[in-house]
Design a protein around this ligand. Structure first.
Ligand code: TYD
Length: 194
């Protein structure tokens, strides 16, 4: 099972990834917890360029996220799925559609096509959207990176974009209220996967 966690900044995705992994491991399955961008040595290098590096053009940003994704899917995600593991991935292709498309304004159709190239057509079985108001999420962010530092309007377009995407493909997406305790979020996520 390939499960992705998506949402605006400060939604608690990494906390939820750990909580889901420990519940799944307790039921005896192999779980791989990973993230985009930033898995492995290659991903770590791309992540530094993207989040700590210089300003770049919008399409340069897209191609860096896609380079990370192409390598991540081929070297880590697919092999894990093929041996029967669960993969829980903190951000994936939907973040590109939402951040670079809805929020940055690049062509969403092109981004979907490029995502298909990068993933070789792999689509998550379930995508959990941790939704919360922008101000609450931004207030939770520590050590703001290059994208966290975008305007409140940008982050509002991110939130709205995720909610729109969730309505376009309701069988894949589950929207979870992230403005509650970590335990309550984990409980809601767990019952949606069960
Ligand atoms: P990260 O620190 O992992 O943020 P978060 O904890 O909110 O996931 O930084 C990843 C940033 O990169 C985040 O602001 C979302 C952004 N991003 C994109 O803009 N496009 C993408 O395709 C991906 C995967 C992430």
């Amino acid at each position: 099972m390939f499960v992705t966690l998506e949402g605006p900044e400060g939604a608690g995705k990494s906390t939820l990834a750990r909580a889901l992994a420990s519940r799944l491991e307790a039921s005896g399955v192999e779980v791989v917890v990973t993230r985009e961008p930033g898995a492995g040595t290659f991903g770590a290098g791309v992540r530094r360029l993207l989040l700590e590096g210089e300003a770049m053009t919008p399409w340069a940003e897209v191609f860096l996220f896609l380079a990370d994704r192409a390598n991540h899917v081929a070297t880590l995600v697919r092999p894990a799925l093929e041996r029967g593991a669960w993969v829980i991935c903190d951000r994936h292709a939907d973040s590109t559609v939402v951040y670079q498309g809805y929020a940055r304004g690049l062509d969403i159709g092109e981004l979907r096509r490029l995502n298909r190239l990068a993933t070789g057509g792999l689509v998550p079985d379930k995508t959990l959207l941790l939704d919360l108001p922008v101000e609450i999420g931004l207030a939770r962010v520590q050590d703001a990176n290059r994208l966290d530092a975008e305007s409140v309007d940008f982050h509002q377009r991110v939130r709205d974009g995720f909610l729109t995407e969730a309505t376009l493909e309701p069988s894949r997406w589950v929207v979870i209220d992230a403005d509650q305790t970590a335990d309550a979020v984990a409980e809601a996520a767990w019952s949606s996967l069960a």
